[in-house]
Design a protein around this ligand. Structure first.
Ligand code: OAD
Length: 235
């Protein structure tokens, strides 16, 4: 039985909760240009447009409920405790809503924003979202969503590196494998001896790096897979 299980998730795990992915057909990047809504330059050029995009996503995420995939991972953490961690590229908070605690949100979170000048942090729920561009209570500068944009450095990279070096099983769920550094994590985990498995109904771009690619939806596959892993731990 694997000792340390590490999971990396992407937008695909939340697809069955009704949230759009980015690059699938009908995905978010079909109607929105990455450079307009997911870069510091886009925000500088049109903060109202960027705020409209993230207010919409925040409201959708608030209404979304975790699905069987999220719940299965939370159940596994209950059994494994410190031996189980999730790294997520998702900003929707659904892992935590399902009960997961050891979650590193490497691309930020929709439920927070911060001041572009003094860096004071705010909960979206306590921010005046009726303003086209919300402002800081403390210094009146513009607030921005707490999202890591293209060209910025993801959060928790040193913690993530430690987890990748020490895991025995690395599961990568619902990510297209095109956005770095996350797309390269499989190589680090594998180099340090982990078994690596991708779970995705389609082939991710980095599929050749995995020991095994399981072509399935997260919500279909994870409940039985997790039940099996739990069985191995408990017997
Ligand atoms: P993508 O939209 O690039 O990829 C979603 C993946 O989920 C695809 O490979 C789908 O095949 C897969 N998928 C769809 N439905 C699924 C299901 N039910 N179960 C499992 N997998 C499913 O999303 P990400 O890879 O998460 O960054 O995108 C990575 C980053 O690019 C995001 O964090 C975001 C984006 O631009 C920023 O905004 C900074």
């Amino acid at each position: 039985m694997s000792k340390q299980i590490l999971v990396l998730t992407g937008a695909g795990i939340s697809a069955e909760s009704g949230l759009k992915t980015f690059r699938d057909s009908g995905g978010l990047w079909e109607d929105h240009a990455i450079e307009d809504v997911a870069t510091p330059e886009g925000f500088a050029a049109d903060p109202e447009l960027v705020w409209r995009f993230y207010k919409m996503r925040y409201q959708q995420a608030e209404q979304a409920r975790p699905n069987a995939g999220h719940y299965a991972l939370a159940e596994l953490e209950e059994v494994l405790g410190e031996q189980f961690h999730i790294i997520t590229q998702n900003v929707d908070g659904l892992h935590q809503k399902a009960g997961s605690k050891r979650v590193l949100e490497m691309h930020g979170r929709l439920k927070r924003c911060f001041c572009t000048d003094c860096h004071k942090r705010y909960e979206m729920s306590r921010t005046d979202l009726s303003l086209p561009v919300p402002v800081c209570d403390a210094c009146r500068s513009v607030l921005r969503p707490d999202i890591v944009w293209f060209g910025e450095i993801p959060y928790y990279l040193s913690e993530i590196d430690q987890l990748l070096r020490n895991c025995d099983l690395f599961l990568v769920i619902g990510t297209s494998g095109v956005v770095y550094p996350a797309a390269g994590f499989v190589l680090t985990a594998r180099y340090h001896g982990a078994r690596t498995i991708s779970i995705n109904p389609n082939e991710p771009a980095n599929n050749t790096h995995f020991d095994e690619c399981i072509q399935s939806k997260a919500g279909d596959f994870l409940p039985s897979f997790v039940a099996e892993l739990k069985q191995q731990v408990l017997t």
